[in-house]
Ligand binder design. Structure first.
Ligand code: DGL
Length: 270
């Protein structure tokens, strides 16, 4: 049986998922976080579905061994490709959540309206077609247009934010024909919340920018409350594991988490 004092496990292909961890920490300050960034296999966006499933399952097992009550797949590429597989392997030993479903759920307010929804993400996320499939199956009234924007991740990781270079890249992607006339844009990648303001500004704040980090934190909160699994004690001790440690990863944590965190080396291969 799951207990409230157990930690929340969160994983991503790297440290970008710290945007999701940060949103969870802000909303649920009593919860203990166990983060795993698979920096050894980064980026997932260009990998074969088979590899992404394999890595995701091994990481979920790692988090389960560390007693996670919930496993949040913060990585959009992993959520799009490996969610069913992870859920199948974990069964009822922990609650498994992904970052796609809370977005789909948030669109239900549009269910009687005509809208065109833009989605941007890695090649893996977009090629999986998970967004068009899930959106169209629930809301036939919505049109979906998805675009792979692979340059955005390395650009953000290298610190090109709110400058000439990022502006040129954003202008070029968002100017694509397929994204014309959208009313909403889904930031379907861990890194994109960091350029949310620039994206909103591109559309002169006329397009609603959907940030999954906030949506997923809300889902974790409601899931825990529903199941009576909210941690009561305060002052949790968080742990942040990576499969490949470098000083540069540690330095970048400030960027994604809002403060620098100490990274520990963790291995998913037993
Ligand atoms: N974390 C990945 C995602 O959200 C982006 C980085 C990668 O390609 O691994 O899709």
């Amino acid at each position: 049986m799951l207990k409230d004092e157990q930690p929340i496990g969160i994983f991503d292909s790297g440290i970008g998922g710290l945007t999701v961890a940060h949103a969870i920490k802000e909303l649920l300050p009593n919860e203990q976080l166990l983060y795993f960034g698979d920096t050894a296999h980064l980026p997932y966006g260009d990998k074969e579905p088979y590899s992404i499933k394999h890595y995701s399952v091994e990481i979920a097992k790692f988090l389960l061994e560390k007693k996670a009550k919930v496993i949040v797949m913060a990585c959009h590429t992993a959520s799009s490709i490996a969610f069913e597989e992870v859920k199948r392997v974990i069964g009822n030993r922990a609650i498994v959540l992904n970052v796609v479903d809370p977005i789909i759920e948030s669109l239900k307010t549009l269910k009687n309206e005509k809208h065109k929804i833009g989605v941007i993400g890695t090649k893996g996320t977009i090629n999986s077609k998970v967004y068009p499939r899930k959106i169209k199956s629930l809301y036939q009234n919505l049109e979906v247009s998805a675009l792979a924007t692979p340059l955005l991740c390395p650009m953000i990781e290298e610190g090109f934010i709110d400058d000439r270079i990022s502006q040129a890249v954003i202008d070029s992607y968002l100017g694509e024909n397929c994204l014309k006339q959208i009313s909403h844009i889904v930031l379907a990648c861990t890194h994109y919340p960091l350029i949310k303001k620039q994206i909103a500004a591109y559309y002169q704040n006329q397009v609603r920018v959907i940030d999954p980090a906030e949506e997923v934190a809300q889902l974790v909160k409601s899931t825990l409350s529903e199941k009576g699994l909210c941690r009561m004690k305060s002052d949790p001790e968080h742990h942040f594991f990576v499969s490949d440690f470098t000083q540069s990863f540690e330095k970048s944590t400030r960027f994604f988490f809002g403060e620098k965190v100490k990274l520990e080396k963790g291995s998913i291969w037993s």
